[in-house]
Design a protein around this ligand. Structure first.
Ligand SMILES: Nc1ncnc2c1ncn2[C@@H]1O[C@H](COP(=O)(O)OP(=O)(O)OP(=O)(O)O)[C@@H](O)[C@H]1O
Length: 597
């Protein structure tokens, strides 16, 4: 972790060096007035030299001016560097998370990820722009006050040093306890955020209300919140205990210094000015120690945050471009081939970071094979219907195609190339999957559409919405394309969401289209109209239509029937009905609509 942080800091080496110089100058300037104070008493006041007094006074003013200018510059510069580092860290984290596979996000809790990107990064920011400059400043003050004390009276300096191991021991012991508590508190915070994000989503609230489990949920929230309270109190008590112990040590040491230097002054060993300067320096010496002990609390918290950020940055994505990955050559259609593909969803362990997953998910075992030696060839421009019982593995085919997961054995080919040899960017711009429950972002319909083609003009948007049979709905809405779809698109009906995402697919204009129950929420008439308007579009593309409703696929060039992850039947509608197998049973068990003969 320290190595990673050092590598990260190296990117800012030039500016950090400048900051360090500013801190050193600023801290050294805070010691000079004390040394001048000694001269003021001995050479000005006690010697009765008014001219020397005035000269020293002017010198003090000059030092004060320089001190304030450097202090201001140091603060401003530290803040700038700190914020720049945080920006870099946030972008690194964002880019890294963006590359993680679907499996990573399936296993991780959304709230836990959010608290890494926001809470922990803010913790690191405090480290960089607040804690680190304070540490350096306190250390430099400590050093310069120590040197000045040795120059003034080395015997007192030695006496003071005796207290150092004691201070160090107390600090180290409490810091260890603090580190554990801080880590636990951050995890507890993430758990609470995850609960709030999930339970207070529109769908979460609806489910809780429907099943009347609000009291149970409240109790669970209370447990999480109480845990944070207890840990926060323990954290503050440890920090306060550390400060109290150190303040007591400093108080005793200062009293001792007063008595000792006072006796030396009485016996004439040191001058009055030296005594005043020594006591002032002692305060300068101890105050950084107290500051450093306080900082230790922040430092521990910030280092834990940094560790948690690094943990994410060091987690290698499971699915990424190979070094020799290529783009799919341009062309019209693209074939899709599943060649002897077997697949088993792996256990959650290793898919994501344990501290993002929570204990239960981390212990989940694999569920067994989902696809078993599956073979299918879809020629360019062909439309293939995929049907089968729920859980047969139909949607898994789509997930393997876009490489959200990788086949355990066998090969998946698009345009004749193994998907593992294609760049993810090229693969995912070639294939577009519309699922049964498409996700819309809480923004306008226009913004959701423009995701697929940011430069699409108004005519294009209207045209794809007409083809997707959603334009009449948008036109009738008071805000038209500016209508906000709500959290997850929940202010639209299921069928409207599906049609908006089909419009988005049309804008994206991929070479391979996968419609995974993409029209399942539509009434028959609307589905028919949609099929009619999509026909010319789909004819030019390679198409996989996954459906339960057999009418959706009956006109496909080929229909494949899946059972338990294997292909059990294939043919056209009439052949399959005649064969009297699973397809026929499916056709009987699903209620027929009047137009399905
Ligand atoms: N991310 C996952 N992790 C583990 N198992 C999964 C995951 N996604 C799906 N499965 C399991 O894989 C099997 C096949 O799922 P899949 O979604 O492909 O079925 P399907 O045929 O599309 O079903 P449906 O018709 O109900 O949509 C199911 O048993 C499911 O529980």
């Amino acid at each position: 972790m320290t190595r990673d942080f050092a590598r990260f800091l190296r990117r800012f080496a030039g500016r950090i060096s400048l900051l360090l110089i500013l801190i050193v100058v600023q801290s050294a300037l805070s010691i000079i007035p004390i040394l001048i104070g000694q001269l003021v008493i001995d050479e000005g006041v006690l010697a009765g030299d008014a001219a020397r007094l005035t000269q020293l006074g002017m010198f003090l003013v000059a030092v004060a001016c320089m001190h304030s200018v450097t202090a201001f510059a140091e603060r401003a510069f530290a803040a700038r560097i700190g914020e720049d580092m945080v920006l870099r860290l946030r972008l690194d984290l964002y880019d890294h998370l963006r590359q993680q596979s679907v499996g990573f996000f399936n296993s991780a809790k959304t709230g836990a990820i959010a608290s890494r990107v926001h809470g922990d990064v803010t913790g690191v920011q405090r480290l960089i722009s607040g804690t680190l400059p304070s540490v350096v400043s306190a250390a430099v003050t400590l050093l310069s006050a120590g040197i000045a004390l040795i120059i003034l009276e080395w015997r007192l300096a030695v006496a003071v040093l005796v207290a150092v191991p004691l201070v160090y021991g107390v600090t180290a012991w409490i810091s260890r306890a603090l580190k554990i508590v801080t880590r636990k508190k951050l995890t507890a915070n993430a758990t609470l955020v995850s609960r709030v994000v999930e339970r207070f989503s529109a769908a979460g609230v609806e489910t809780i209300q429907q099943y009347g489990c609000a009291q149970l949920e409240r109790a669970a929230f209370n447990v999480d919140a109480m845990r944070i309270r207890d840990l926060a109190v323990r954290q503050v008590m440890l920090g306060a205990g550390l400060s109290a112990a150190l303040t007591l040590t400093m108080g005793v040491a200062t009293a001792g210094a007063y008595v000792v230097t006072g006796l030396w002054t009485i016996s004439g060993t040191v001058s009055m000015g030296t005594m005043v300067a020594m006591v002032a320096l002692l305060a300068r010496l101890y105050s950084p120690v107290v500051t450093l002990s306080g900082i230790k609390v922040d430092l521990v918290a910030a280092l834990v945050s940094l560790n948690r950020v690094q943990e994410v940055l060091n987690f290698k994505p499971h699915i990424m471009d190979r070094p020799d990955a290529r783009k799919l050559p341009p062309g019209q259609g693209a074939s899709v081939v599943f060649s002897n593909v077997s697949f088993e969803y792996p256990s959650s362990t290793g898919l994501s970071i344990p501290s993002l997953m929570g204990e239960k998910l981390d212990k989940q075992a694999p569920r067994g094979p989902t696809l078993d030696r599956f073979d299918l060839t879809v020629e360019p421009g062909m439309t293939v219907g995929v049907v089968g019982l729920s859980g047969a593995g139909k949607s898994t085919l789509a997930r393997l195609l876009v490489r959200s997961w990788e086949a355990t054995s066998g090969r998946v080919l698009v345009g004749g190339m193994d998907v593992r040899r294609l760049t993810l960017e090229s693969l995912r711009s070639t294939i577009c999957v519309v699922s049964q429950a498409p996700f819309l972002f809480n923004d306008s319909i226009r913004a959701n559409l423009l995701m697929a083609k940011p430069d699409a003009d108004e005519d294009e948007l209207v045209s794809v919405c007409r083809d997707a049979q959603i334009w009449s709905v948008i036109e009738a809405a008071p805000d038209g394309l500016e209508t906000i779809v709500g959290d997850g698109g929940l202010q639209m009906s299921g069928g409207e969401r599906q049609r908006i995402s089909i419009a988005r697919l049309l804008l994206r204009d991929p070479r391979v289209v996968v419609l995974d129950e993409a029209t399942s929420h539509l009434d028959n008439a609307t589905e028919n109209a949609l099929q009619q308007s999509l026909q010319p579009y789909l004819k030019q593309r390679t198409c996989l239509i996954i459906a339960h409703r057999l009418a959706t696929v009956r006109h496909a060039d080929l229909i494949v029937v899946m059972e338990g992850g294997s292909l059990v039947e294939k043919g056209c509608h009439n052949d399959l009905i005649e064969a009297g197998g699973l397809y026929t049973r499916l056709s009987r068990s699903i209620p027929r609509y009047p137009h399905e003969s």
